[in-house]
Design a binder for this molecule. Structure first.
Ligand code: SF4
Length: 706
C-alpha cells in the first residue's frame, strides 16, 4: 500500500517541504508539499528526482574495518566496529590529550546529529576540535551578521522577496543554487514590473535573465563595489540620516574611508562602467525597500567577512532593514548549515549562539550539561584541522556526512593528510566518496527518507525531517552512531558517572538541545516536535505566548549589541593575493550546476540529472580559446600553483576574457585529477576562517599526446 510522509528536501538551504510517496520498503515518488511555506508545492529538478537517487550499489551498507594501513577493509559487525573506534579514540586521548583527536562534520546532518556530536566533543572528549563543512559555506556570513548586527541571525524571510522593490543579488546564481526561491523571484518580478533586480557576478549566469542590471565585476572586488555605491549614496544624499544617528554607530569612520572610493576609482578596480555604478546606486538609494541576497560568491573568500560587512553597511546607511522587503539576507548553501550554527558546530561556537572564547557562555553550557567545565582553547577550523592532521598533531579523525577529499581547497595536501592520519573513521551513507577511500573504519549511515530529526532553512524556519522507509543493510541514523561512540567512551573517560548520552530518539536530543536556546536571540526553547507537527514549520525566535515564529528581525530598530545599535564596519578593499601573472594568466571561478549537488554522491546516481550538463568542463571566453589555438571540446591541461587537471574546454560568451569557470561537482571518480579543488588555495579569511574556493590563478594549455 502506498503511504505519504511529509518531510524536507535534503539538498539546499531553501528547505522545501516534500511529500514522500512510499510503500513499506521503497520510496516511489516525491512531490512538493503545498502546505510548506518555503516552497508551496514547488520543487526543482534535484528535489523532484530524490526518489531516483536510491541506488543501493552506491551505499555503505555494513561496517568495514581495516586492521592496518595498506590492507583492504573487511566487513565487520557494529559491536566490533564501535568497540574498535572507542578503543582507538580513548587510547589516543589518553596518550596524546583531547586535542589529538578531531571531528569534521556536515551541514547535511540534522540538528539532533549536530547536537550529539557537539556534546561528545566538548563535554566528553573536552576538545574544541570540531568543525563542519559549514565553514566552507556560511562562516563569513556568521561574522558579517555578528559584527554588524550583534547576532548570527539573517533578519529576513522569503516573503520579503515578493515585497521588495529593489533586489541586489551578489555572488549567487540563484537560478541554479536556490531554484525554488528563484521561481518565487521570477513570479514576483512578473507581478510587479517596477521591481528592480541587480545581479553582481563576474559571469553572466542564468540568474541574470531577470536582471535590470548585471554588473560583471572583476572577481574579488566586491568590497570596492559596495564602498563605491555608498560613496554615491552619500554624495547624492540618499542616506537615512535619522536611522544612522539613532540606531547605528561607526558611521563617521566609514564615511572617511569611502570618500576615496570615487566612481572613477571603483569602475577601474571592478572593471565596470561609471554610468552603471551610478544607475545601481540610484536604484538602491531611491527604492522604497531594498533587499540583498548573497551566497558563496561573497562567503567563499579570503576577504569574506569584509565583503559581508561592506554589504550590510549599505542597509544600515539607507535604513533598509527590519521592514517589509528590506534587509541583508544570506542564502544558505546546505540544508542545515543554519542548524549547525545554532547548535555550535563550528570550532569557535557553542550551542545556542554562544562562543567558546566566552567564559560565561562555557559555564552556562557546562552547567546545563552537568559537567565541571568546557575547554576554552581555540579549536581548529576546517583548513587548520586538516593541516593539523598533515602535521601529525591530529592522530584520530572522525568525518561524518561530508567529503573533504573533494571539497576542501588544495586537494593534494588534503589527500596527503588523510593518507598519513593514523586512524580515520568515515560515517557515511554513500561508499563512493573520495574520502571513503581513506577510511580505516567505514560506518554506514542512514540517509534522506530513512532518518528523522529537524533542519533550519535560510529564513530561520525549523522543519521536521521524517523517515519513510528503513535504512538499507545495517545503516544506522547518525545520532545513534554518535551516542554509541559516546557511551563507549564514557566508560573510559567518565567511569562510574551517569551517562551524558542517555538518548533513545532524535526527539530526546531535540528536547534537551532546545533548552539551550532559552533566553538567547534564537530562543525556540518552547518549540517541541508536537508543536511543529501542529502548527507547521516555524521561524525562530519562537514566541511561546503567541505560539508563533518571527518573520522579521529588528522591526523595532534595536539590535542585540551592548548599546542596542548596529555597527558600521570600515575596512578597505584589498586586492586578492593571487593576481593574474604571466605564468597563470587566467582567473578561475568555481560554482554549481543546476542539476548536481556537492560531490554528486547522491545526484550522481540518477542518469536524468546528467541531461543538463554531461561532464565537467572548463569554460573560457572564445577570445581566450583563439589566442591559445584551442577549439571547443578539446582536452586541455589546467594548471595552478598547486595542481593540475585535464578537462575538455568549452567556448562560453558568458565569461569575460581572462576568466575561467569549472563546476565544483566532479571529483576523481570522474576526472583525471582530484577535481577542481586540486587547483584552489588554502587561504582563508582571517576572521571567519572560510577558505578561498572561488578564485585562483591558472594556466590552460592543450594536452599533448605522446
Ligand atoms: Fe530541494 Fe533546494 Fe530544490 Fe528546494 S530548491 S527542492 S530544497 S534542492
Amino acid at each position: 500500500m502506498t503511504t505519504t510522509t511529509a518531510s524536507t528536501c535534503c539538498y539546499c538551504g531553501v528547505g522545501c517541504g516534500v511529500l514522500i510517496e512510499h510503500d513499506d520498503e521503497h520510496i516511489i515518488g516525491v512531490k512538493g508539499d503545498p502546505a510548506h511555506p518555503a516552497n508551496y508545492g514547488r520543487l526543482c529538478s534535484k528535489g523532484a528526482t530524490l526518489h531516483l537517487t536510491g541506488d543501493l550499489t552506491a551505499r555503505a551498507l555494513y561496517p568495514e574495518l581495516r586492521l592496518g594501513k595498506g590492507l583492504a577493509r573487511s566487513h565487520t559487525d557494529w559491536d566490533t566496529a564501535m568497540g574498535h573506534a572507542a578503543q582507538v579514540f580513548g587510547q589516543t586521548i589518553a596518550e596524546h590529550g583531547p586535542d589529538s583527536v578531531a571531528f569534521y562534520i556536515s551541514g547535511q546532518l540534522l540538528t539532533e546529529d549536530y547536537y550529539a556530536f557537539n556534546k561528545l566533543a566538548r563535554a566528553l572528549v573536552a576538545t574544541n576540535n570540531i568543525d563542519s563543512n559549514s565553514r566552507l559555506c556560511m562562516s563569513s556570513a556568521v561574522v558579517g551578521y555578528k559584527r554588524s548586527l550583534g547576532a548570527d541571525a539573517p533578519p529576513c524571510s522569503y516573503e520579503d522577496i515578493e515585497q521588495s522593490d529593489c533586489l541586489l543579488i551578489v555572488g549567487s546564481n540563484m537560478a541554479y543554487a536556490h531554484p525554488v526561491l528563484f521561481r518565487r523571484l521570477e513570479q514576483a518580478k512578473a507581478d510587479k514590473p517596477d521591481m528592480r533586480i541587480i545581479v553582481v557576478d563576474p559571469r553572466r549566469t542564468d540568474t541574470c535573465d531577470i536582471a535590470d542590471m548585471h554588473l560583471a565585476v572583476q572577481p574579488g572586488t566586491d568590497v570596492a563595489l559596495f564602498h563605491g555605491i555608498l560613496h554615491i549614496l552619500m554624495w547624492e544624499g540618499w542616506l537615512d540620516r535619522r536611522f544612522i544617528d539613532e540606531h547605528t554607530g561607526g558611521f563617521d569612520e566609514l564615511k572617511t574611508l569611502v570618500r576615496d572610493y570615487t566612481p572613477e576609482m571603483v569602475s577601474g578596480i571592478c572593471g565596470i562602467r561609471q554610468d552603471d555604478l551610478q544607475s545601481v546606486a540610484r536604484m538602491i538609494g531611491t527604492a522604497p525597500s531594498f533587499l540583498s541576497l548573497w551566497c558563496m560568491g561573497l562567503n567563499q573568500s579570503s576577504a569574506g567577512s569584509a565583503k559581508n560587512s561592506a554589504l550590510i553597511n549599505l542597509h544600515l546607511a539607507t535604513g533598509q532593514i527590519g521592514k517589509p522587503g528590506s534587509g541583508p539576507f544570506s542564502l544558505t548553501g546546505q540544508p542545515n548549515a543554519m542548524g549547525g550554527r545554532e547548535t555550535g558546530s563550528l570550532s569557535n561556537l557553542l550551542p545556542g549562539h554562544r562562543e567558546t572564547a566566552n567564559a560565561a557562555h562555557r559555564d552556562e553550557v557546562a552547567e546545563y550539561w552537568g559537567v565541571d567545565s568546557l575547554p576554552g582553547n581555540v579549536g581548529l577550523s576546517a583548513v587548520e584541522l586538516f593541516e593539523g592532521v598533515r602535521q601529525g598533531k591530529i592522530k584520530a579523525l572522525w568525518i561524518a556526512c561530508t567529503n573533504p577529499a573533494q571539497s576542501m581547497p588544495d586537494q593534494t595536501l588534503i589527500h596527503e593528510a588523510l593518507a598519513a592520519c593514523p586512524f580515520v573513521v568515515v560515517q557515511e551513507a554513500f561508499a563512493t566518496t573520495e574520502t571513503c577511500h581513506y577510511a580505516d573504519l567505514l560506518l554506514p549511515a542512514a540517509s534522506w527518507g530513512e532518518k528523522a530529526g529537524s533542519v533550519t532553512n535560510s529564513e530561520r524556519r525549523i522543519s521536521r525531517v521524517r523517515s519513510a522507509v528503513a535504512a538499507p543493510g545495517e545503516a544506522r541514523p547518525d545520532w545513534a552512531i554518535v551516542c554509541d561512540l559516546a557511551t563507549r567512551l564514557e566508560a573510559q573517560l567518565r567511569p562510574g558517572q551517569p551517562s551524558l548520552f542517555d538518548f533513545d530518539s532524535p526527539q530526546a536530543l531535540f528536547d534537551e538541545y532546545r533548552g539551550l536556546t532559552a533566553g538567547r536571540d534564537l530562543d525556540y526553547s518552547s518549540l517541541s516536535y508536537a508543536l511543529i507537527d501542529e502548527l507547521g514549520p516555524q521561524q525562530w525566535p519562537f514566541d511561546a505566548s503567541k505560539q508563533k515564529g518571527t518573520a522579521r528581525l529588528y522591526a523595532d530598530n534595536r539590535f542585540p549589541t551592548d548599546d542596542g545599535r548596529a555597527r558600521f564596519i570600515a575596512e578597505s578593499y584589498l586586492p586578492h593575493k593571487e593576481q593574474r601573472d604571466a605564468r597563470f594568466p587566467l582567473t578561475l571561478n568555481t560554482g554549481r550546476l543546476r542539476d548536481q549537488w556537492h560531490g554528486m554522491s547522491r545526484t550522481g546516481t540518477a542518469a536524468q540529472l546528467f541531461g543538463h550538463v554531461e561532464q565537467a568542463q572548463i569554460s573560457l571566453h572564445p577570445d581566450d580559446l583563439r589566442s591559445r589555438h584551442l577549439v571547443d571540446g578539446q582536452l586541455v591541461q589546467v594548471k595552478s600553483r598547486r595542481g593540475e587537471l585535464i578537462l575538455p574546454v568549452l567556448a562560453d560568451e558568458q565569461i569575460r576574457p581572462g576568466q575561467a569557470y569549472i563546476p565544483m561537482h566532479w571529483g576523481n571518480r570522474f576526472l583525471k585529477g582530484l577535481g577542481v579543488n586540486v587547483l584552489t588555495q588554502p587561504l582563508f579569511d582571517p576572521l571567519s576562517k572560510q577558505p578561498e574556493l572561488k578564485q585562483a590563478g591558472i594556466n590552460v594549455k592543450p594536452v599533448v599526446f605522446p
